[in-house]
Design a protein around this ligand. Structure first.
Ligand code: HEM
Length: 503
């Protein structure tokens, strides 16, 4: 009752007894994304409150609120949907809280040091070259391909190799038990995050897919523990630097190696802690980079002028004779237009559209009381469509980031503050490495001629006023992405493109 009284200060849809607004939320992640955007427009692009049963939720999009929440060292408890990953990853950096999170964050930060990133870059190069080779095969004869599907196996190879030092060859061996298990668990966590009863850990035991889920969990536990055990023994025997070619990619230090030399409270990490952090690295770094790379490639296909500018930049940085080789770490950092392109891609299609926090005590934010027991949904995706910050937000224009400087809490695809994305530099390096190679090897085209954007506008109608939206929906093409968010942004009908090999 108190929460209801206090939260009346926020605008929001009228709630019904018992269900709150749950009946209006939509049946699937696409409808949910539509609904949260519609309310945001309806409530004048401000924060708004909605209720799932008796649980109050605030959709937060005001920079002052975001600043308070993201800067806080105490408001760091995540929402219930993150718990779905716990049977797999346990309490790693994403899911832990309090002093465990604080100590582990400090311990893990050096694992993303510049020198280590350079090592990771070699792994990214190796797999992205393999990926380009594979794309040459599947794109022959003007075939249409779903880039989202292909990228998922590339990023799985990169993340397994950089996190554990093992090569699972997911790209070449998609149906292997381990590749399938990693894909299935990510799909499971994301599917259940918005499912009415499967999101409940106890009720999920009754589901028909529960036995398969348990089998997947066991495969992942056994595999990861086995890798850790071998690596721990190799470190003990002093053979860690001598790579066993079959099992370890042999290129560089893996995240697991740095964890093995780290300490917490003056002691080495336990096997469980090693397991949790390695699995978290995979969980946090797989679907996110898949989404980031796939949407960026999709945008290349629809925005040919921007693709041409990227290609010109590649020629400038790599030189006409260098177009076929790997870009060095330094060359990647010289690709400024690529940087802008990825920033703009993350503005319109952010890999993580919404993040969550839960208030364990009352908070006064920007002068407004937010009571204990409130779920705060931070609408990172809405920020990108706010026309008070971004002029003409439905226009795809990488150059805007040279002209418009959003405030520190007006554009935060990697979150901000002490709990921001620890893998941001890793992610950007991977996206840039892959995109740079794709642009040099292919002209990326839409699945059918004529689908290129003629005026620079996006195909998405999210965030458009209703009348404009209805008008634009009438021209929807079957290959336009159907956006959905269940933790990570995806397109439910794929991201379809064609590739034409460059000479
Ligand atoms: C395009 C790619 C990525 C995006 C957009 C992204 C975005 C984010 C966001 C928004 C958060 C905050 C989540 C929250 O507070 O609930 C986060 C946290 C995190 N990310 Fe990323 N991420 C990406 C890639 C990666 C990669 C590649 C890794 C690891 C290699 C990674 C590791 C993490 C970890 C461990 C956290 C939790 C940090 C903490 O709570 O202290 N991320 N990421």
């Amino acid at each position: 009752f108190r929460r209801r009284q206090v939260l009346k200060r926020f605008a929001g849809p009228k709630r019904l007894p018992l269900v709150g607004n749950a009946h209006q939320m939509g049946k699937n992640p696409t409808e949910i994304l539509d609904q949260i955007f519609s309310w945001w427009l309806q409530y004048d692009r401000e924060n708004y409150c909605f209720w799932i049963g008796s649980n109050p939720n605030i959709m937060v999009t005001k920079p002052k609120f975001l600043e308070y929440i993201l800067s806080s060292r105490t408001l760091i408890k995540k929402t219930i949907s993150y718990e779905l990953s716990e049977p797999w990853v346990g309490l790693g950096l994403i899911t832990s809280t309090g002093s465990k999170w604080f100590k582990h964050r400090k311990m893990i930060t050096p694992s993303f040091h510049f020198n280590i990133l350079q090592d990771f870059h070699k792994v990214m190069d190796e797999y992205s070259s393999k990926f380009v080779g594979l794309l040459k095969g599947v794109s022959a004869g003007d075939s249409i391909l779903d880039i989202q599907d292909h990228v998922a196996y590339l990023t799985l190879d990169v993340i397994c190799s950089t996190s554990m030092g093992v090569s699972i060859n997911a790209m070449e061996n998609r149906t292997s038990q381990i590749a399938q298990a990693f894909r299935d668990i990510c799909e499971n966590v994301s599917m259940r995050s918005f499912h009415v009863w499967k999101s409940n850990q106890t009720l999920y035991r009754l589901a028909s897919d529960y036995p398969a889920y348990c089998k997947t969990l066991k495969t992942l536990h056994d595999f990861t523990h086995d890798v850790i055990e071998k690596r721990v023994n190799a470190h003990k025997e002093g053979t860690a630097s001598k790579r066993q070619i079959d099992e370890f990619s042999g290129k560089s230090m893996a995240f697991l190696d740095t964890l093995l030399s780290a300490t917490v409270d003056g002691r080495p990490l336990t096997t469980q802690e090693l397991y949790e952090e390695v699995s978290t690295f995979i969980f946090a770094g797989h679907d996110t980079t898949t989404s980031g790379i796939s949407f960026a490639v999709y945008l290349l296909s629809r925005h040919q002028d921007e693709q041409r500018k990227l290609y010109e930049e590649q020629r400038e940085v790599m030189g006409d004779n260098g177009m076929g080789r790997d870009a060095t770490f330094q060359e990647i950092s010289q690709m400024k237009y690529l940087d802008l392109f990825i920033k703009e891609a993350q503005r319109v299609y952010p890999s993580v559209p919404v993040i969550g926090r839960y208030t364990e005590t009352d908070h006064v934010i920007d002068g407004i009381l937010v009571p204990k027991g409130t779920t705060l949904n931070l609408g990172l995706m809405m920020l990108g469509y706010n026309d008070r910050v971004f002029k003409d937000p439905h226009k795809f224009r990488p150059e805007r980031f040279e002209e418009e400087k959003p405030g520190p809490f007006e554009y935060v695809p990697f979150s901000a503050g002490p709990r921001n994305c620890i893998g941001q530099k890793f992610a950007l390096l991977e996206i840039k490495t892959v995109l740079s190679k794709i642009v040099r090897n292919f002209v990326v085209l839409p699945p059918e001629d004529g689908l290129e954007s003629r005026d620079g506008y996006l195909s998405t109608t999210l965030g458009l006023p209703t009348a404009e939206r209805i008008k634009k929906e009438a021209y929807r093409q079957k290959y336009d992405p159907i956006l959905a968010t269940a933790l990570i942004l995806k397109s439910t009908n794929g991201l379809n493109i064609r590739l034409r090999e460059r000479n």
